[in-house]
Design a protein around this ligand. Sequence first.
Ligand SMILES: Cc1cc2nc3c(=O)[nH]c(=O)nc-3n(C[C@H](O)[C@H](O)[C@H](O)COP(=O)(O)O)c2cc1C
Length: 270
Amino acid sequence: MTDEFRLPPEGIERVPPAFASRLLMGGPVTLVTTSYRGRANVMPLAWHAPLSGNPPLIGISIEQSRHSVDMIQHAQEFALNFPTWPLLHHVQYLGAMSGERIDKFEATQLETFTAARISAPLIEGCAAWIECAVEQVVPIGDHVLFVGSPLAVQVDREAFGERWLVGAEEKRPLHFLGANQYAHLDRVMEARTPARGDAPEAFLAERLAEELELTREARERREEQLGQLREEIEAGKAVDLAALTLEALPDFARRVQILGPDASAGSDAP
Ligand SMILES: Cc1cc2nc3c(=O)[nH]c(=O)nc-3n(C[C@H](O)[C@H](O)[C@H](O)COP(=O)(O)O)c2cc1C
């Protein structure tokens, strides 16, 4: 690292600050389910984060005007359901309507089952479910952050072991990229201590720089040798050209007496 000003590498572009949240996306999308006074609601949510390990706390951020904000504030609990790709189109559709005006469970006919610890329904066809009690409500900008304490966590064993398994496609969670685009995890890679070959471009650039340095050194050495040669010739001495490469001797070879390798002994004699 140096303090010297360096331009970003080619192909890198500035984008508006609003893209910061898009860059943080890619975690599994969730369906937040809530229930209050016998009415249930569901909304897709991508803005979530682990907040504390001990005690375990997670955060979900919901735009102030959403019906789910009222539901969670009243119920003081919510569930996160992790849909798999067979639910892709439902996820998108559920994000386009408000539970204030429509019963989304009736509209989508999603199958549900009873949660272990809270009253919100859990959605079938998902890969995992987290039931939370609300610990804290923090207004943040135009959103409300609900800090949830997980009361019960259930997972589909084909989808999650101690971490996401990235097994059968229909068991992988969905990852929201923005707009109507989603992805899912492709393969598991195991990390180890980085080796030089792990960054081929950097390694190649380093090798090229080394090569250039060597060429420069070789050129300097040759010029030094040629200088000595010139001096010896001017002093009328016989010189040993065998020690030099022919390519290093563009015109001297024609002008000087060339001694063979075995004739070089005592060659410093005029
Ligand atoms: C994939 C996806 C992710 C979304 N993530 C969020 C989010 O993190 N926070 C949020 O406030 N809205 C998010 N939305 C928008 C809400 O789901 C949408 O406004 C929904 O209609 C709100 O429903 P409700 O009014 O019934 O609560 C998301 C929408 C989609 C499709």
